[in-house]
Design a protein around this ligand. Sequence first.
Ligand SMILES: Cc1ncc(COP(=O)(O)O)c(C=O)c1O
Length: 348
Amino acid sequence: MTVTFRRNIARMEGYVPGEQPQEPGYVKLNTNENPYPPSPEVRKAILSEAGERLRLYPDPGATALRRQAALTYGFDLSRIIAGNGSDDLLAMVAKAFIGEKDAIACAMPTYTLYDTLVRIQGGKFIGVPYPADYSLPKALAARKARVTVVASPNSPSGTAVPRGVLAALADAVPGILVIDEAYADFADDTALSLARERENVVVLRTFSKSFSLAGMRIGLGFAHPGIIEGLNKVKDSYNMNRLSIAAGTAALADIGWMEKNAARIRKTRQALAEALPSVGFAPFPSQSNFILARRARGGSARPAYEALKRRKILVRYFDTPRLAECLRITVGTDRETAALIDAMKGIR
Ligand SMILES: Cc1ncc(COP(=O)(O)O)c(C=O)c1O
């Protein structure tokens, strides 16, 4: 092939999303989707938007969704931006802040898209290992990166960093701190208020997990108006389509529906954490809608992943040194959890 890509694009691997089987019949516990349906209000809102109006471009500012978010979370409209999933918001951060000489620093292991985005920009990725207990590594601020990203709760560990620790990190970093709160609705604590209290903090939320809307692609970013202004310069003009704006607005207006589902998931999470040791896996404490569990006797978890897949149960396996002994298991319904534990008993 004679086409030449930018050097960093030619060199990098593309991001590999989790498996999304297109045939039915799987118990799908691999990409942290919600096992319960979204609010019925979402369906109504989509149907009412899905007619004649589709011939018109959507509102480039997704104002209806942002207004509802302002109301729900108590933020000024100027501090909110909407994204086509939080991945879109992460890409905006990378575009706006990372050039060839700039770095993103993260505690590792974490969501691998951060690494991919910085490589697309031709910047530098700095990974600082989490200690065994997944407390925030002290060295993170010392790396003096332009952008520091902490997922809290973190994926794949499921562990969270206390708000006070994140506040101290925001004060210690020289650049901006992105707190990716994709799983915050399943946690005991949130650092959302830091987006109001600190000028260098961006907090990201997604509708893909707690709001059961992974298929719609909706995310929100909260930050100082100066940061939001910069992100708006790099965002696709019409990054939110009409149906996502309508769906997100309706989902937020009926937030009690989401909270009920999140409470059910937390309850099932407890049951799953209690059952895992009986099938030879030790769970890490989880604040999210998934559990990272490690083979109690050591050794690769790949055979367990593959045996479950043969039984049409999909979980996530990462073939990296730190995670090779682990499975990351999404918390499904009570029934799905029972099916998983049954299958794990069968393959031991
Ligand atoms: C930590 C983290 N951030 C962001 C995302 C992406 O969310 P979205 O579906 O909103 O793009 C995920 C999805 O798995 C995630 O685990």
